[in-house]
Design a protein around this ligand. Structure first.
Ligand code: HEC
Length: 150
């Protein structure tokens, strides 16, 4: 009985090791186990990841915007306290006091960290700066989200 128990444990141990080395092989080593696994070719991962990262940024940005910004900004074209974000990215924004600016990444970033720098025509200077509340990463996430609102 004892011998049998030991040999079962030994088999389980070998199986675990085999599984472990197959997983390690999937991350780039060229063990026979990895190359024999269908669908686990290393080429599949790098091609898929940039899309996945952008989608993650948009999801993060949307969540941040919904908790911090939608009291004053809509995403469906209606003005609220501030201008709508629908169609904002890439558009030409008219500014209070004359002049225009293209709503690119730099303008959106400035509008979030320093809203008083350029005031949108027809709106009050009512937005607080978010540069200390949000990291640059989070601000970029919100910008990626705004880009999707065309
Ligand atoms: C208290 C209301 C309020 C809140 C909350 C608010 N904003 Fe604003 N926002 C405004 C107003 C008013 C303007 C227009 C005046 C100006 O240019 O500052 C504006 C302008 C902007 C602009 C420029 C829009 C354009 O059409 O050019 C951006 C981008 C922006 N806000 C982003 C944000 C983000 C991101 C948040 C959340 C982190 C946020 N705002 C939260 C009121 C607000």
């Amino acid at each position: 009985m004892i011998r049998r128990g030991v040999s079962i444990l030994a088999v389980a141990g070998v199986a675990t090791l085999a599984l472990f080395s197959a997983q390690a092989g999937g991350q780039g080593s060229s063990t026979p186990a990895a190359s024999a696994t269908p669908g686990a070719t290393p080429a599949a991962s790098p091609a898929a990841s940039p899309v996945a990262v952008d989608e993650l940024r948009v999801v993060e940005g949307k969540a941040l915007a919904q908790s911090l910004c939608i009291t004053c900004h809509t995403v469906d074209g209606r003005p609220l306290v501030g201008p709508t974000w629908q169609g904002l990215y890439g558009s030409t924004v008219e500014l209070e006091g004359g002049g225009t600016v293209t709503a690119d990444d730099a303008y959106l970033h400035e509008s979030i960290v320093d809203p008083m720098a350029k005031i949108v025509k027809g709106y009050p200077p009512a937005m607080a700066p978010y540069g200390t509340l949000l990291t640059d990463e989070q601000i970029q996430d919100i910008i990626e989200y705004i880009k999707t609102l065309q």
